[in-house]
Design a protein around this ligand. Sequence first.
Ligand code: THU
Length: 159
Amino acid sequence: MKERQFTVRYEAYESMEELCEEDRVLCEAAIEAQKGSYAPYSRFNVGAAVRLEGGTIVKGSNQENIAYPSGLCAERTTLFAASANYPGVPIRSLAVTGGPDGTICEEPATPCGACRQVMAEYQTLAKAPMSVLLVGRNEIWKFACVDDILPFIFDSLDK
Ligand code: THU
């Protein structure tokens, strides 16, 4: 038996001003998108935004339903909207923010496993790293690619 360790690498910024212009604009879009969240059941409002190759930004938010499993997280709402409206255009970056009752959590809210898996698929399609920005009130975390937030990605049937 060999014990192995896995290091998760990400950048932590203390404020949006520290980000490069492109990332700052995308984080602001995610904050704006949170206003469209429909979450009367959990009252946890999440906003997301993606930047496509070429610069187009697509926004989305979590959408709940009285039949709970019918709802969808902000990340997947946004990624699916981007792919549906701009088929084949690579998704280069994703920003997410959220918190209870329209607030933003101090430490960034982190995406669920299903959303990470969906990110992985669009990163594979893009044939380029998709960066992931998680916006909290006190810190912004930046993952250079989906692999850094989803170790041991399942992304191929040819293993
Ligand atoms: N949610 C998201 O939109 N994204 C996440 O990464 C985690 C959870 C939503 C789903 C649900 O509407 C609410 O937050 C509470 O789980």
